[in-house]
Design a protein around this ligand. Structure first.
Ligand code: FPP
Length: 254
């Protein structure tokens, strides 16, 4: 793992990594356990990933913790997940805070169970001035909904006259997303071998590199994260330009 870390260029790490944590259920079923064991064991993967981000000075990390579509799962699994999210937030809040991590949430968080949404609100408030890194939890999240929500909000302002129709551009649109103040996603990692985006950060990931690994999320550790970053750094990001034009790979995007 040391060699892998040595091969990572510290000046070229992505600013924003987003992860689709997939394969919890399959991990458990392969071991003859019920699916929820997979969710519980995924907490170690989250800890490893956050430590790796800190080692590499990655400032923004987004975790897809619960999609709007996940409400279709069996009731028992949903309540287990809500409880796990609540408990893990509560238990880890001091550590998150001590590490200078600012917590944020994206999605319809007001529709989550009261216990979880108030813990979330409290944790966000407590960590809001932290500057070492930002951990964004996508909860009850749907990228299509986020885009519709932004469109409605802009349309409302056009109707009221505070935005001119001709002034709507990518900057204005971005400013109406949950992630208004967050840089675009540079890298999306999805575990478990599935190769889909699943309604995750559709606007923000317009130029993101995609990395798919067969590793199931509860098995995902620092070395797997470093592997993803190493792979990302080997790619050439052109943002629509030709090779010769790329002076600065992280130049302005419109
Ligand atoms: C996908 O695996 C995983 C989920 C839908 C839940 C992920 C959420 C957590 C692990 C809780 C995170 C907690 C915090 C504090 C961020 P799956 O169940 O779809 O697996 P499968 O595809 O093998 O069935």
């Amino acid at each position: 793992m040391q060699t892998l870390l040595q091969n990572i260029h510290p000046d070229k790490v992505p600013k924003h990594v987003a992860i689709i944590m997939d394969g919890n259920g399959r991990w458990a079923q392969k071991k003859g356990l019920i699916r929820t064991f997979g969710h519980r064991n995924s907490m170690n993967s989250i800890k490893s990933t956050l430590e790796a981000c800190q080692e590499l000075n990655i400032p923004y990390i987004t975790l897809y913790a619960f999609s709007s579509e996940n409400w279709k799962r069996p009731e028992q699994e949903i309540s287990f997940l809500m409880d796990l999210l609540h408990k893990s937030l509560k238990q880890n809040l001091d550590k998150i805070h001590e590490n200078g991590i600012r917590l944020m949430a994206i999605g319809k968080t007001h529709n989550l169970p009261e216990k979880l949404s108030s813990q979330l609100e409290y944790s966000i408030e407590k960590t809001k001035k932290n500057q070492a890194a930002t951990l964004i939890l996508a909860l009850n999240y749907s990228a299509r909904h986020e885009i519709i929500r932004a469109t409605r909000s802009i349309a409302q302002k056009v109707t009221e006259g505070s935005i001119n129709l001709n002034d709507i551009n990518t900057k204005v649109f971005k400013d109406h997303l949950y992630t208004a103040e967050i840089p675009d996603v540079d890298l999306i990692i999805r575990t478990s071998g599935e190769q889909r985006i699943s309604n995750f950060l559709l606007w923000q990931a317009a130029y993101a590199e995609l990395y798919f690994t067969e590793v199931l999320w509860p098995d995902f550790r620092k070395k797997d994260f470093f592997e993803a970053i190493y792979n990302y750094q080997k790619r050439e990001r052109r943002f629509g330009k030709i090779e010769e034009q790329i002076q600065d790979q992280y130049s302005n995007l419109s």
